[in-house]
Design a protein around this ligand. Sequence first.
Ligand code: NDP
Length: 499
Amino acid sequence: MTDLERRQDRSPVPSGWDYAPAPEARDILTLEERYGLFIGGELVEPGSGEYFPTIDPSSEEPLAEVAQAGKEDVDLAVRAARDAFENGWSDISPAERAKYLYRIARILQERSREFAVLESLNGGKPIKESRDVDLPLSAAHFFYYAGWADKLEYAFPNRRPKAIGVAGQIIPWNFPLLMLAWKIAPALAAGNTVVLKPAETTPLTALLFTDVLRQAELPPGVVNIVTGDGRAGAELVKHEGVDKIAFTGSTEVGKAIQRELAGTGKKLTLELGGKAANIVFDDAALDQAVEGIINGIYFNQGHVCCAGSRLLVQESIYEPVIEKLKLRLKTLRVGDPLDKNTDVGAINSKQQLEKIRHLVKSGEEEGAEIYQPPCRLPDKGYWFVPTVFTNVAQSYRIAQEEIFGPVLSVLTFRTPDEAVEKANNTPYGLSAGVWTEKGSRILSMAQKLKAGVVWANTYNRFDPTSPFGGYKESGFGREGGLHGLESYLDLDESEARGG
Ligand code: NDP
C-alpha cells in the first residue's frame, strides 16, 4: 500500500465542506481610547468637549471615542488650512509637493495591513476587499496625483493653472479611506489645503491617516480632519473661508448643499447616489456575466453608489441566468469581516440595516418574488442575507430607489432599445454595465446609456487615471484622472480662448 493510500484510509472524507475560520490578526493595530480633532497638525480636544463612541458593526462592540466638531472647531480647522495655504504650501515648488504625496503613498503601502484591518473593523467590509481593493487603490491615487503635481502646466496647456485655496471635503462611510484618497490627493497635488469630514460611523481610518501625515512630515495645517455627525459637515459647507466643497453621499444632502452654496461663488462637486443597470445580452458569456452580477451588487454589501442594483436580462436567457445566479448566491459566505474567506460582511450601521429592511419589505408588498439563500447569520451585529428579487416592475420602489444594500432587482428586456429605455428610466445616472460579445453593441450602448461610467464585460473596476462621476441626480463634476484635478484649480479661461 502506498503512503497516500494509507493516509486516505485513516482520514475519512469530511462530512461537510465548510471553510475553517481564517481570521486576520488584529494585534497589528493599536487604537487609542479617545481621538481628538486633527487641526494644525495636532490632535486637539473639541471646543464642546463632546465625544461619541464608534463601533464595530459586526459585533456592536465600541472601538474608541471620537470628537464631535462644533462650529468653533470647524472655524479653527479652516483657519489652520488658510494659514498653511498662504504661508508655505502654495509657494513651495510643485516638485516638493509631489514628494509629500509620494511619501504618503509609500507609507500607506507599508502600513496597508494595519489600515485594512481597521477599515474592516470599523466599517464591516470583508478584509479581502479592504486588503485587495481599498488599500491598493488609496495608495494608487496618491501615486497618480503625485505624478501630476509638477506637470499642471502640461495637463492644462495655456490655461495658467492656479490652486483655489481651502477645500472642504465631506465623505461617506462606504469606502472611508478610499474616498479620503480620492479627495485629498488631487486637492494637494493642485496646491490646495483641505479640511475633511469623515462619516460619523467610520472615522477611524481617517484618524489613523493623521499618523501617516505626521510620518510624511506634511506641514501642519495642510490637511485637517474634523470628525462628527452631519452638523459638522453643515458647518464646513457654510464656512466663508472655504473656497470649494467636494461632497460624496446621499442625493438628499447633496441637494441641500447645492441650495446652501447657490450664489456664494464657491466651487462645488457632488458625487451622489445611483441605481445602475447591469445589462446582460443573450450573446454574453453567461458564467462571467454571473460573476459580474455578483460582484456588481454584493461587493461591499452593496454599499456602493455605482452598484449594479438593477439587473436587466434579455428575455431569452432569463431562466439560465437566474438559475446560475441562485446557485452562485448559495456559495457566498456571509460573516466575520476579518475572516479572509468572507464574501459579504456586516451592514455598516443599524440605521442602514433598517433602511434595507424597509425597502425589501416594500418589494415583497408590491408583489416582487424574493429569493434568499439558506444562510446562518451571527447573533450580534448588523447583517442582511444577499437577496434577489424577480418579477419586479419598473414602478416598484426596489427598482427606483437606492437601497445601498445586498439586494438585487431583476427586470427583463427583449431588444437593445428596450434595454436602453429601461436602464435610463431612473432619476440617477452614475454607472451601468453591458455584457455582450459584440464590440459594436458595447459602443452603441455606451453612447445611449445616460451614465457617467459604463463598464463592458466587467463591473466595479476603478482606476485613478479614469474619471468617475454622474449625470442627473447622481451629481456633477468628476473625480479621478485629469478631470479630477480640474475642479481643484482656477484655470485662466481667457488664455484658453486665446484672449
Ligand atoms: P449622507 O449623505 O447623510 O452622508 C454623507 C456625508 O455627509 C457624511 O459625512 C455625513 O455625516 C455628511 N452630512 C450629513 N448631513 C450633512 C449636511 N447637512 N451637510 C453636510 N454634510 C452632511 O448619507 P448617509 O450616511 O445618511 O446615508 C444615507 C443614504 O445615502 C444611504 O442609505 C445611501 O442610499 C446614500 N449614500 C450614498 C453614498 C454614495 O456614495 N453615493 C454614500 C453614502 C450614502 P454623517 O456621517 O455624520 O451623517
